[in-house]
Design a protein around this ligand. Structure first.
Ligand SMILES: Nc1ncnc2c1ncn2[C@@H]1O[C@H](COP(=O)(O)OP(=O)(O)OP(=O)(O)O)[C@@H](O)[C@H]1O
Length: 638
C-alpha cells in the first residue's frame, strides 16, 4: 500500500449513524414502555423472546443494517445486477447441452459444421461472461461489506467512548470487547461471503429451474413438489437455530468478560492466588460456550444432509420418469440428459444457502446485541445551548447537591452545601464509603447531581460547555493511567498542541525531568516496554506533568492509598505542591503530608460534611480529623 493511500485512510473518519445512535433509550411513544426491558443493552441476556419482542429486536437490527448500507447501495445494486447476469449465464449451460445434442448432433452428421461451433461458441461465451462478472462482484461485495463493517466498528468505538461512566460501571469492558470483536466477526462472515452465496445460489436455482420448465414442465412439477419438504425443514431450522445462536452470543460474551477481567486484574489474581479458581471458572464458561456452539452446529448438521437427500431423491425421480418417457418416445434423449444435469445442479446451491442461513442466524444474534449497544445514550450530555467560560477563576459550589448512583439506589450525598473559593486547596478525608470519590466524580462530571447543583464560577456544570469544563477542571486519578506510547506523548495528552519546550517545562515544574532523562531513551521511552516501566511514584509525577501542561483552574486529585517509599513520597509531595500553585484543588487525601499543605480539611461522613476547617484547628478540636491526625503521626513515629 502506498504511503499516500495510507495517509488518506488514516484521516478517513467513519461515518456516524445518526438515526440509530442518537435514538433515545426511552422514547415518548406508548410502544416504548412495552419494550423498555429490551431497549439498549437491557435484556441482552434474554434468550427466549415472544413474537412481538422478536419483531422489536429484529426491526432494530435491520434498521442498523439498512443504515450501514447508506453509501454502498449503488455498489450493492450493481453487484446484484452482475450476480443475476452471471447466474443466468451459468444456468443456461444445460440448455446449450440439450441444444448441442438434439439440434447440433444431427446437423453435424449431415456435414453442417455450424451444428458444432454455434453451441460451442455459446457455451464459451456463457462461461466467460459468468467468470468475468463473478470476479467483479466478488470484489465489489468485499468492498461494500468491509465499508459497512468499517462504519460499524467506528460507531461502536465512538459510542462506547461517549457513554457515561454509569453505563461502563454496569456493562464492563469485557462485554464491550465481545461486541467489538466476536459479534462484529460474525457479521463480517455474513457480509463477506454469506450474502454473496445467498444471492448467487438463489439466482442460480431460479434460472436453472426456469430452464427445466422451458425444457419440460412435468420435471418442473417434480421440483415444485420438492419445495414442500424444503420449506418445512427451513422453518424448523430457523426456529431452533435462532434461539441456539442467541445463546451462543450470550455465552461467548460471558467467556470474554471473564477473560478480560482476569487479565486486567492479573495483579489481584496473582496476589490472592486465584489463578486456579479463575482458570476453573473460565473452563466452565468455555465449556458452556462449546456446548452451545455444538448444539447450534448440530442443527446445521441436520439441515445440510436433509437438503442434500431431498435433492438426490428429486434427481432420481426426474431420471426415472424421464427415462420412461424417452422409451415411450415422449422426450428427446438430449433433453433428458440436460434435465438430469439441471436438476442435479439446481440443488447444488442448497449447500451454500444452508451455510448462509447458518451465518445469518449467528450474525442476527450478534446484530441484536450490537444494535442494542448503539441504542444506548449517554446520561451526562452537553446542554443544547452550552455556556462558554473562556477563562475560569476556579470558584466551586455545591448547592443542595443530592446524589444517588441509580434512580432506586440509596442517597449517597444529602443536600450538600459547600463553597470552595478560587485558589483554595481542600483535603477531603473520611471513612471508606463516606462519599469522597463521589464528590470528585460530580466535579469531574462523570455523573450529574440528582438534585441541587454543582457550579464553577457560578455556572451550573450542566450548562457549561463540555470543552470548557474539560479545559478548566482536570482530574488526576490514583491509578495514574499511562497510555502506550512515549513519555512525551503521555505528558502531551494534557495539551496536545504543546511544544517540546512546554512539555519539558511541565516535567521540570513538577520535578520529573531528571528522572525522565535517566531513562534509556529519555522522553522517547516507551512506557510499556522493558526499561520504560515506571514505579508508582514516577507514574504519579508524569500524570502531574500532564495536568500541569493542561493548566486547569481546578484540580481534582484522588491520592493513591498505597503508600510509596519515603524518597518517592517526598518527590511526589514536592511535585504535588508545584502542581497546585494557585489553583483550586480538591484532594482526596490519604497522607498526612498532603493534608498538611491544605488550606482546609473537610471530613465527610455518610454523604455529609461533618468537620470543616484549617488542619491545625481541626486537629485541636478532638473530632474525627484529630484522631486521624494522631494516628498518622504515630505511624510516622513522630
Ligand atoms: N458506581 C457506583 N454505583 C453504586 N454505588 C456506588 C458507586 N460508587 C460508589 N457507590 C456507593 O456510594 C457510597 C460512597 O462511595 P464513594 O466511592 O464516594 O466513597 P469514598 O468515601 O470515596 O470511599 P473510599 O475511601 O473507600 O474510596 C458508597 O456507599 C458506595 O458503596
Amino acid at each position: 500500500m502506498s504511503e499516500s493511500s495510507r495517509q488518506t485512510r488514516k484521516s478517513e473518519e467513519p461515518r456516524s449513524l445518526p438515526g440509530l445512535s442518537e435514538a433515545p433509550a426511552q422514547s415518548g411513544d406508548p410502544e416504548s414502555d412495552r419494550f423498555a426491558h429490551l431497549r439498549g443493552t437491557a435484556g441482552e441476556e434474554q434468550i427466549q423472546l415472544d413474537k412481538q419482542e422478536r419483531g422489536f429486536i429484529r426491526h432494530r437490527s435491520w434498521r442498523l443494517l439498512v443504515q450501514l448500507s447508506v453509501g454502498v447501495r449503488r455498489k450493492l445494486l450493481i453487484t446484484a445486477l452482475f450476480v443475476v447476469i452471471a447466474q443466468a449465464a451459468q444456468a443456461s449451460i444445460p440448455l446449450i447441452v440439450a441444444w448441442a445434442i438434439d439440434w447440433g448432433l444431427p446437423r453435424m452428421t449431415e456435414g453442417d459444421s455450424s451444428g458444432m461451433w454455434l453451441p460451442g461458441l455459446s457455451y464459451i461465451a456463457c462461461a466467460v461472461t459468468a467468470g468475468v462478472l463473478i470476479f467483479h462482484y466478488t470484489r465489489m461485495t468485499a468492498e461494500a461489506s468491509q465499508q459497512m463493517l468499517f462504519t460499524l466498528r467506528g460507531e461502536v468505538f465512538r459510542k462506547t467512548q461517549a457513554l457515561s461512566l454509569d453505563f461502563h460501571e454496569d456493562y464492563t469492558s469485557g462485554k464491550v470487547i465481545s461486541r467489538q470483536t466476536s459479534d462484529l466477526e460474525s457479521l463480517r462472515e455474513l457480509l463477506d461471503g454469506g450474502v454473496n452465496s445467498l444471492v448467487q445460489g438463489v439466482m442460480f436455482m431460479f434460472f436453472t429451474a426456469v430452464t427445466i420448465w422451458i425444457m419440460d414442465f412435468r420435471s418442473g412439477l417434480v421440483l415444485v413438489a420438492a419445495l414442500i419438504p424444503i420449506t418445512v425443514l427451513a422453518r424448523w431450522y430457523q426456529r431452533n437455530s435462532e434461539v441456539a445462536y442467541r445463546r451462543t452470543r450470550v455465552s461467548s460474551a460471558r467467556m470474554i468478560v471473564h477473560f478480560v477481567e482476569s487479565m486486567t486484574g492479573i495483579r489481584a489474581v496473582q496476589a490472592f492466588r486465584r489463578e486456579d479458581s479463575r482458570s476453573r471458572q473460565y473452563r466452565r464458561l468455555a465449556a458452556d460456550y462449546r456446548d452451545d456452539m455444538v448444539r447450534s452446529i448440530s442443527l446445521f448438521g441436520v439441515l445440510q444432509p436433509s437438503l442434500m437427500l431431498i435433492g438426490n431423491v428429486t434427481v432420481t425421480v426426474v431420471l426415472l420418469w424421464g427415462g420412461y418417457r424417452v422409451l415411450e418416445g415422449d422426450l428427446g434423449i438430449g433433453v433428458l440428459v440436460a434435465l438430469v444435469l439441471a436438476s442435479k445442479r439446481v440443488f447444488q446451491p442448497l449447500d451454500m444457502i444452508a451455510m448462509f442461513y447458518n451465518s445469518l442466524q449467528s450474525a442476527t444474534a450478534a446484530l441484536e446485541k450490537v444494535s442494542g449497544l448503539l441504542e444506548e445514550s449517554p446520561t451526562v450530555t452537553e446542554a443544547q445551548h452550552p455556556r462558554r467560560l473562556p477563562s475560569a477563576r476556579g470558584d466551586l459550589e455545591f448547592a443542595q447537591a443530592t446524589f444517588r448512583y441509580s434512580e432506586d439506589g440509596p442517597e449517597v450525598l444529602h443536600a450538600l452545601d459547600l463553597r470552595i473559593p478560587a485558589g483554595q486547596t481542600v483535603a477531603v478525608v473520611g471513612r471508606t464509603g463516606a462519599g469522597k470519590s463521589t464528590l470528585a466524580k460530580l466535579l469531574a462530571r462523570f455523573y450529574d447531581v440528582s438534585d441541587g447543583s454543582v457550579s464553577l464560577d457560578g455556572v451550573d456544570l450542566r450548562d457549561l460547555s463540555v470543552a470548557d469544563h474539560h479545559r478548566h477542571v482536570a482530574m488526576v486519578t490514583q491509578e495514574a493511567f499511562l497510555f502506550s506510547g512515549t513519555i512525551r506523548g503521555n505528558i502531551a495528552l494534557g495539551r496536545p498542541e504543546a511544544t517540546e519546550s512546554e512539555i519539558i517545562a511541565a516535567a521540570r515544574a513538577v520535578g520529573c525531568h531528571e528522572l525522565i532523562m535517566d531513562l534509556p531513551e529519555g522522553y522517547d521511552t516507551d512506557v510499556n516496554k522493558r526499561g520504560g516501566r515506571l514505579s508508582a511514584g514516577q507514574r504519579q509525577l508524569i500524570s502531574f506533568a500532564r495536568a500541569f501542561l493542561a493548566d486547569p483552574a481546578v484540580l481534582i486529585l484522588d491520592e493513591a492509598t498505597s503508600s510509596l517509599d519515603l524518597p518517592s513520597e517526598a518527590l511526589v509531595q514536592q511535585g504535588l505542591e508545584r502542581l497546585l500553585g494557585n489553583r483550586t484543588a480538591l484532594i482526596i487525601a490519604h497522607r498526612l503530608s498532603t493534608v498538611a499543605i491544605a488550606d482546609r480539611v473537610l471530613v465527610i461522613d455518610d454523604g455529609r460534611v461533618v468537620e470543616d476547617g484549617a488542619p491545625a484547628d481541626l486537629a485541636a478540636q478532638g473530632g474525627y480529623y484529630a484522631k486521624l491526625d494522631a494516628a498518622w503521626r504515630s505511624s510516622m513515629g513522630s
